[in-house]
Design a protein around this ligand. Structure first.
Ligand SMILES: Nc1ncnc2c1ncn2[C@@H]1O[C@H](COP(=O)(O)OP(=O)(O)OP(=O)(O)O)[C@@H](O)[C@H]1O
Ligand SMILES: [Mg+2]
Length: 337
């Protein structure tokens, strides 16, 4: 990683005030997220539905205004820049949205959708943009004759690819890919992930890859952040997270993830998640996972857990994780950590 990360998020907070008619209250969607992404790095952001992943992405691209914290893009603090002052930086960070149907204009053809941001970014006429549009469609695995179709005439997988091609046309430094394959068949998922990986290697952009399961992230990401109820509970290199997970929540997610490797399955501790994620309107105090944690100890876990460094570039927020260099002890799931 270079000394100046492409993305540097510190203490990000986003809350939504619910209208009185719906019962009122405040949704604690993101509660103090720190995250950096280096040049050419792919970082996974993983967690169950409602944990705040998309909200983090939308705050980074400033579709949502953060309530606290800072977002720096290649050293520029963009947290509260006006839309006008944000404009020159707009194309440096692009988001592929979770729902490609609602984020693609229904009245524009595929060619226009992919070509328009690229033309704006590079000051090209539509004729000049044509060869590059064709090239981009090919890069994401879309047939050239789809160029004249409208989004409703495409399959879900084709729409996902259109969203990806549109974002790549502006040569972003940072791509926020919000569950770009979650709604698709496994075979189509693999094809799009392969393409994303190849494109990243070719074009060199950095990427925040949002997913709710760990299996796609293992293939793609250099580092992985695990999010629960608005907080990152563990962050580490891919190998650390997959071979030596520390937080009980990460272990639960790993146990739930399908893996074709039986040896890996055996070595992963079976910690099964029960119950739903608690309401972010009234989140639990202390460790947000303590109400579902198989290793919970009260009242300790209802107090804020420390951030424990367990290896270089690997930390977890749990009262029972042993810091790197400390004497070995029994860890949260009952095996030596
Ligand atoms: N505009 C909004 N107004 C009110 N609450 C919102 C809004 N957007 C998100 N939320 C709430 O914030 C929390 C986090 O939502 P978010 O969409 O970030 O979750 P997510 O991790 O992306 O989930 P998923 O995996 O389902 O996409 C949820 O409880 C959600 O209902
Ligand atoms: Mg989401």
């Amino acid at each position: 990683m270079t000394s100046q990360p492409v993305l540097d998020v510190q203490g990000l907070v986003k809350r939504f005030r619910m209208p009185r008619g719906t019962g009122g209250g405040v949704v604690h969607a993101v509660e103090g997220v720190d995250l950096t992404i280096g040049d050419g790095e792919i970082v996974g952001l993983v967690g169950e539905s409602g944990s705040g992943k998309s909200t983090v992405g939308k705050c980074i691209v400033r579709l949502l205004e953060p309530d606290a914290g800072t977002v720096r893009l290649a050293g520029h603090d963009i947290t509260h820049l006006s839309q006008r002052r944000l404009r020159p930086l707009r194309d440096q960070v692009h988001m592929v949205f979770q729902d490609p149907y609602s984020s693609l204009s229904p009245r524009m053809t595929v060619g226009a959708i992919v070509g328009e941001p690229m033309r704006r970014r590079h000051g090209l006429s539509s004729r000049e943009a044509e060869p590059r549009t064709a090239e981009l469609l090919e890069k994401v695995g879309l047939a050239a004759d789809l160029r004249d179709r409208y989004p409703h005439e495409l399959s879900g997988g084709q729409r996902q690819r259109v969203g990806l091609a549109r974002s790549l046309g502006v040569d972003p430094r940072l791509l926020i890919a919000d569950e770009p394959v979650s709604a698709l068949d496994v075979s189509v998922q693999a094809a799009i992930l392969n393409q994303l990986k190849d494109l990243q290697a070719e074009l060199g952009f950095s990427c925040l890859f949002i997913a709710h399961d760990l299996s796609t992230v293992e293939y793609l990401c250099d580092r992985v952040a695990v999010m629960y109820l608005g907080r990152i509970v563990e962050l580490g290199t891919r190998d650390e997270i997959f071979t030596s997970p520390k937080h009980p929540y990460t272990r639960s997610l790993l146990a739930a993830a399908l893996t074709p490797d039986p040896a890996a399955l055996r070595s992963r501790q079976r910690v099964v998640l029960t119950g739903d994620i608690p309401s972010p309107i009234d989140p639990p105090s202390g460790c947000p996972f303590h109400t579902r944690c198989p290793s919970v100890e009260l009242p300790r876990c209802a107090e804020d857990p420390p951030t424990v460094s367990v290896a270089p570039d690997h930390w977890a927020r749990c009262h029972f994780v042993t810091p790197a260099g400390a004497a070995p002890s029994m860890d949260v799931a009952g095996s030596p950590s």
